[in-house]
Ligand binder design. Sequence first.
Ligand code: FNR
Length: 379
Amino acid sequence: YQIYSTMQNPDPDRFPVILEEWEELARKKLADGPYYYIAGGAGSEKTMQANLKAFTNREVIPRMLRNVDQRDLSVDLFGQKYPFPILQAPIGVQSIIHEEGEIGSALASAEMGVPYIASSASSVPMEKIAEAMGDAPRWFQLYWSRDPEIAASFLKRAENSGYSAIVVTLDTPMMAWREYDLKNVYLPFLAGEGVGNYFTDPAFLSKLEKSPQEDPQAAVMHWTKVFGNTSLTWDDIDFLREHTNLPIILKGILHESDAKLAVEKGVDGIIVSNHGGRQVDGAVGALDALPKVVEAVGDKVPVLMDSGIRRGSDIIKAMALGAKAVLVGRPLMYGLAVAGQKGVKEVMQNMLADLDITLGLTGQSSVSQLDPSLLREME
Ligand code: FNR
């Protein structure tokens, strides 16, 4: 009711409430290149559509008369309690959207107590993000370099700068076929954006003949060689364990067989994700993939999910199907594009207020106690 009571004297310049209006404002503000880099997906964007459709295809059947006075949005993950069941998805190159870049989005997370997952492809070195965030919760996302020394160095740096978990993104050993970016001839990295972690990494720098300041182009070209690794197999997971004591969470799992392999390999968590529809065109919607992964994993490790979370009810649906928490990507980037840190915070607050209200209206008191009986799947 705090929300409705502040509506008596609406400020005409106030931020939008409707999420789609944030995207419209971002569209107006950004040039084609950066806008489509954020908003676009792989190929014909069928996966992006499938992500949203998977939520539409499941409907909530609310329960009544269940005393929802006290509602609990908190979750426990890897031995930590967090106030809300969302995390900020790792997103690289944020300086193309707003001058505050990753520092703006990280500070919004810190204000809200929402864990921030810093991308390997951040425009800003992970140490700078850590410094700005102080004690606020943060995880580090690894793009697993072809050069093992760089991968190991990233893991060490993350540990040294207070990141409490490692998210290893498996679905991006190379950039996908993204038609808008090809049409717009727009790849931020080639302009030196999103290489902040590489250009400050001692292992990366040791491979260059000249410093990135002296020869930025050569540094970028070296980055294109070492960024991803298409030769990785499940046996390589041991490498991660040898190089970090932090919880290891695999992001980009969609197939139940991979979920089983992940558990066999002893990882600590799984994120069901298709990278927001940016990698494989025609892939399964992430929410559609979730139930089988949850079934395969049982309660051995927590399963999180992302790709398509837009409203409070989406969080409820994902958690009813077994996700322990969800990651939010593009909505927060539209907030960043429009108003930096303030915009990210506003979009987050709206989503969480929506979640709190909708949870109560469905007759539920706790996000961590939702189960599939709350949902119906449409034929
Ligand atoms: C991403 N994503 C991503 N994932 C990752 O592991 N490392 C990264 O650097 C990036 N970079 C990135 C840039 C942009 C512009 C977008 C939109 C996405 C994927 C991200 O973490 C997440 O999986 C999706 O964004 C979730 O889907 P929604 O919420 O955007 O639908």
